[in-house]
Design a protein around this ligand. Structure first.
Ligand code: NDP
Length: 460
């Protein structure tokens, strides 16, 4: 092996060792290799990481599959004669999903190989500021990048850890449940509640808050609670799980409200935690935060100068495109002679619930705290497709504007295609668009999106 020589004269096996071949780690590894660095990427599971193997991709495929049931219902209003709901073959969908994941895993492997990076299979442990051990071999590198992501966190309640599945298992169920309880009301809870409900499971959503989606705009949260209930999801707000027991294959769940439920499956979607356990970071003096996250500066550098971290393991904004941006900025800065940091401002996101939610920028509450005066524009309407489908569901949109500068601070939407629509709105907000710019933009008719450029009367 040719040893890399650093500026200090010390020699290492590699210029960079990346731990974790998820979206962020692979981006950092291949960009660094493109800049001429000698790179090894270590992965204990399948390349692709959470997003490709256990998250965004399989989840969205199942979401697409489950949404056909509401399409069938809507089709009747358009004259389609559908006598009974078509039968769904769950194992066939899981097999198709698995084949797609295998294809994507192959692409991730090829991305690294083509960039000239070495993929090492095994679980890594950091054993020095420049050393990583894997499969009983110690490799050295000038720099180490920790990109190990997060893992599901099941909160402590009697019987919950023992009997509940997490999103990992929910993506691979051998048998589809007749009924399920989903615990939590964040991104993952709402997305999976929509999937199970769409495929016909009687779905209970149990959450401790008064509304789902804490952290989102309050109006969106209220609209979402109405829409979920209208879609048939049974909401248990203000509740926690007191105990889960198993009675044969059925699970008995006692809620803090005193109610009891009997279901085929319980899914805990009560957050994720950084995957730092057993990595050896703390022993080396790498500072970890309250939740086990690696504490980093804007350049993703940890308290040990040769060790960096990006993505969910740093618990900044836990989204794939953010991890990719952080990984790319790290590689350009440390190996490409172009020092830059990932921009965490005005990052748009979508929850692929049914209906979906998307937002960018400030909520109304955040804007009120940040500005002297805020103007709010809202629009709630029945999408054109729903007029003759008979679906009562409303689309809801909201713009939040700084009343003094006219700058649009936030945009929020619940309704079909909002993830697609919000990406364009995010460009405008990132560019500092004013409400007058939205007003001067001519809409595309007839679309729901045009409402974002035709809202004229502020909410009183
Ligand atoms: P979230 O933080 O979004 O939601 C966690 C849920 O668990 C909340 O409803 C929370 O309640 C509840 N919870 C936490 N602790 C307890 C407790 N002790 N008792 C009862 N309930 C509890 O996490 P997710 O796991 O859904 O998602 C993790 C992250 O992954 C997201 O924040 C997001 O960044 C990312 N993600 C993004 C997706 C996307 O872009 N579409 C999809 C999936 C995940 P409360 O609100 O009251 O605190």
């Amino acid at each position: 092996m040719v040893l890399a020589m650093t500026q200090t004269g010390a020699s290492y096996d590699y210029d960079l060792i990346v731990i974790g071949a998820g979206s962020g780690g692979v981006r950092a590894g291949r960009i660094a290799a493109g800049h001429g660095a000698r790179v090894a990427v270590i992965e204990g599971d399948r390349p692709g990481g959470t997003c490709v193997i256990r998250g965004c991709v399989p989840k969205k495929l199942l979401m697409y599959g489950s949404a056909f049931s509401s399409d069938v219902e809507d089709a009747r209003g358009f004259g389609w004669q559908i006598e009974a709901m078509p039968r769904h073959d769950w194992p066939a969908l899981i097999a198709a999903k698995d084949a797609e994941l295998e294809r994507l895993e192959g692409i991730y492997r090829a991305l690294l190989k083509n960039a000239g990076a070495t993929l090492i299979s095994g679980w890594a442990q950091v054993c020095g500021p420049h050393e990583v051990s894997v499969n009983d071999t110690v490799y050295s590198a000038a720099k180490i990048l920790v990109a190990v992501g997060g893992v599901p966190q099941i909160v402590d309640a009697p019987g919950l850890v023992e009997h509940a599945i997490s999103s990992n298992e929910a993506l691979d169920l051998k048998q589809f449940p007749k009924d399920i309880l989903v615990y939590g009301s964040g991104y993952i809870a709402l997305e999976f509640a929509g999937i199970f409900n769409g495929f016909g499971a009687r779905t209970h959503l149990v959450y401790r808050g008064d509304l789902p989606l804490r952290g989102f705009d309050e109006d969106i949260r209220e609209q979402m609670a109405v829409a979920l209930a209208e879609r048939g999801i049974i909401l248990h707000s203000g509740c926690t799980i007191a105990e889960v027991t198993a009675d044969g294959v059925r699970k008995q769940v006692r809620l803090s409200s005193g109610a009891s439920l009997s279901v085929d499956a319980v899914m805990a979607a009560t957050g994720r935690r950084p995957n730092t356990a057993g990595l050896g970071l703390q022993e080396l003096g790498v500072e970890l935060g309250r939740h086990g996250e690696v504490v980093v500066d804007a350049e993703s550098r940890t308290s040990v100068p040769s060790i960096f971290a990006i993505g969910d393991v740093t618990n900044r904004i836990n989204l794939t495109p953010v991890a990719i941006a952080e990984g790319h900025a790290f590689a350009d800065s440390e190996f490409g002679g172009n020092r830059r940091v990932a921009d965490h401002k005005n990052v748009a996101s979508a929850v692929f619930s049914q209906p979906p939610v998307a937002s960018v920028g400030m909520t109304e509450t955040e804007a009120q705290a940040a500005c002297a005066a805020v103007t709010v524009f809202t629009s709630g309407f029945r999408a054109m497709k729903n007029t003759i489908s008979g679906r009562g569901e409303k689309t809801f949109m909201k713009l939040i504007v700084n009343a003094d500068t006219d700058q649009v601070l936030g945009a929020h939407m619940m309704g079909p295609d909002c993830g697609e629509i919000m990406q364009g709105i995010a460009v405008a907000i990132k560019a500092g668009a004013r409400k007058a710019d939205f007003d001067a933009t001519i809409g595309i008719h007839p679309t729901a999106a045009e409402e974002f450029v035709t809202m004229r009367t502020p909410r009183s």
